[in-house]
Design a protein around this ligand. Structure first.
Ligand code: GRF
Length: 219
């Protein structure tokens, strides 16, 4: 009986990144199980992508405080006994207590080339800043927002005439292969966070891995 790597996913919306992990599993490209989808939005479409017994969603305002919600979320995530926790379109800031509880096995995909454009509205901000390139980053989560060490990135050009929607679509198209390729490395046990560095096969990564046009990660 082989035990496949257990992945918990946090999502707040449509779950296209979750879907790409599910597709990767179905295609035999990811030797893992999505053991739970956890959301702060009971209506999130992401929840519909897994069976009911693997869904957990609560409305934060049902809880007396942000910490109370985060604790309930953390308890639910812990109960699924995940090896990795992937934030994929999760739109609430995770409190320090949650982050510490899962430190070292908590990653997030963020639609910018971190450390540029932490936070929200990254596509509009990249255009406003006149960036020639934009993209997505998969990083370890630390208490400071979008500040954890970056494991891998995918780059896209910002084109003349782009608006936030056209740029967001171009970025989303590379987020999916980026997330799948990065989670494959996590599941293979090849990536760890140590002393604020990402290590790949034991070697510190001084620059994020880069997704190539074939969907592979290059160091
Ligand atoms: C994506 O751009 C992701 O980078 C961001 O949320 C957006 C929605 O992702 N965090 P999904 O389609 O819900 O996976």
């Amino acid at each position: 009986m082989t035990f496949r790597t257990r992945i918990a996913v946090l999502a707040s919306g449509r779950g296209s990144n979750l879907q790409c992990l599910l597709d990767g599993i179905a295609a035999g490209q990811l030797d893992a199980d999505i053991v739970g989808v956890f959301s702060d939005k009971p209506t999130a479409a992401a929840l519909d992508k897994v069976p009911p017994e693997r869904r957990w969603a609560r409305t934060p305002r049902e809880f007396g405080s942000r910490d109370a919600f985060d604790t309930a979320l953390a308890d639910a995530v812990a109960a699924s006994m995940p090896d990795w926790i992937v934030c994929a379109g999760y739109m609430r800031i995770l409190g320090a207590g949650f982050v510490q509880r899962f430190a070292g096995r908590l990653v997030n995909i963020h639609p910018s080339l971190l450390p540029r454009h932490k936070g929200l509205h990254t596509h509009a901000r990249a255009i406003e800043a006149g960036d020639a390139e934009h993209g997505a980053s998969v990083h370890f989560v630390v208490p400071e927002l979008d500040a954890g060490t970056v494991i891998a990135q995918a780059r896209v050009p910002v084109l003349p005439g782009d608006d936030a929607d056209t740029l967001a679509a171009r970025v989303l198209a590379v987020e999916h292969p980026l997330l799948l390729a990065t989670v494959r490395l996590l599941v293979a046990g090849r990536v760890a966070e140590q002393d604020g560095w990402v290590r790949l096969d034991g070697q510190s990564l001084f620059n994020p891995l880069r997704l190539d046009s074939a969907g592979n990660l290059q160091s």
